[in-house]
Design a protein around this ligand. Structure first.
Ligand code: TTP
Ligand code: MG
Length: 366
């Protein structure tokens, strides 16, 4: 059965928040970003400024050359984060399957939602109205059977627009879709394709699986699917982990501290390898180990946890923790666990940096 995916993306997000809070900024080109005198960069700009070719990630000095009366407004990150939270709360009224891509952008899987009589189109419309009522900013929406098309659709009639691609319309829509609209096909790739006469996804369909793999490597198989409007990726809810641990219940109770200490290296190694996998998987999330802990469950099923701050989470730390925890009871041990707790995320990261990392991660994923 086909899915119903909504992609929501706020219009010129930071700039919209700034214009809301200072209406004198409306109707003239503005950009949010760093000062030209300090080699600043534009984070985003309103649609008036876009007419001059100003865009995200452009040096402020360059933006001012292209649009000399451009007004540069400084960031207010806390406001953007608050607005993002409010949007998220609205989304949660429709589904719990939400995948945020950045502060102003998310996928919602509403396939099983009973809101609005199950109509994704009505849900998206209602979400747009509610965000505008709550925050006085506009968001665009795309509704389609998969993530690829929902994202293309939300961009189709930006700003303050909404585009629906029904399952029966997918083939026709994608056939005419310029290849440059495929995420992962940048200017360079699109340029190369143009040289060989490939402009639309329909043109791309002329290439076989094998030809695509030869030219585009690991991206080839994905291109084969995308140019046919197919994308099976699920909407992934991501919850930040607070801790990570490995524990083991032993077939035979451990009778002494020495026996426990002998089991420690295996547990520790497994925890470290899981930690490595986790950190690799979420490079953009800047996880930092704040505490190390051990857990012991004794033969009488009582358990104790002991943790240590300021740690590099080395084997020696766990050995000391285990010794102390072991002394809390004179029972044999049935379970041992070792783990780390992560630091609360820092909220003063440079968003530009986060963006670069996010884009990298998305590229890797694609
Ligand atoms: P986008 O959704 O990419 O851009 P936008 O909301 O400003 O404009 P659009 O109407 O085209 O959606 O990014 C959301 C916010 O993220 C944007 O307002 C500012 C920030 N951002 C950066 O700081 N650096 C960047 O390079 C980009 C692309 C965005
Ligand atoms: Mg946006």
């Amino acid at each position: 059965m086909s899915r119903k995916i909504i992609h929501i993306d706020a219009d010129c997000f930071y700039a919209a928040i700034e214009m809301r809070d200072d209406p004198s900024l409306r109707g003239r080109p503005i950009a949010v970003g760093g000062d030209a005198t300090r080699r600043g960069v534009i984070s985003t700009c309103n649609y008036e400024a876009r007419e001059y070719g100003v865009h995200s990630a452009m040096a402020t000095s360059q933006a001012l050359r292209q649009c000399p009366h451009l007004l540069i407004v400084p960031h207010h990150f806390e406001k953007y984060r608050q607005a993002s939270t409010v949007m998220r709360e609205i989304f949660e009224d429709y589904t719990s399957l939400i995948e945020p891509l950045s502060l102003d952008e998310a996928y919602l899987d509403v396939t099983d939602s009973s809101r609005c009589k199950g109509s994704a189109t009505l849900m998206a419309q209602e979400i747009r109205e509610r965000v505008e009522d709550a925050l006085s900013i506009t968001v665009s929406a795309g509704i389609a059977p998969n993530k690829f098309l929902a994202k293309v659709a939300s961009d189709w009639q930006k700003p303050d627009g909404m585009t629906v691609i029904n399952p029966t319309e997918v083939d026709e829509f994608v056939f005419k879709l310029p290849v440059a609209k495929i995420s992962g096909v940048g200017k360079v790739t699109a340029g190369k394709m143009r040289q060989v006469g490939i402009i639309t996804c329909g043109d791309l369909r002329a290439l076989s699986h094998q030809e695509l793999a030869e030219v585009f490597g690991s991206f080839g198989p994905r291109l084969y699917e995308l140019c046919r409007g197919r994308d099976e990726r699920s909407v992934k809810i991501y919850r930040r982990r607070k801790s990570l641990s490995v524990e083991h219940t032993y077939a035979q109770d451990l009778d002494s501290l020495d026996e426990c200490l002998l089991k420690l290296p295996d547990l520790f190694d497994e925890m470290i390898s899981r930690l490595d996998i986790h950190l690799d998987k979420y490079p953009e999330e800047s996880y930092e180990v704040a505490k190390a802990f051990v857990k012991i469950k004794f033969a009488d099923f009582t358990s104790t946890t002991l943790e240590r701050v300021d740690t590099q989470a080395r084997l020696g730390d766990y050995r000391r923790l285990l010794q102390q925890a072991y002394e809390r009871s004179d029972q044999p041990v049935r379970l041992l666990g070792v783990g780390v707790r992560f630091a609360e995320p820092q909220h003063d990261e440079e968003p530009d940096d986060v963006f670069a990392q996010l884009e990298l991660a998305l590229e890797k994923q694609a």
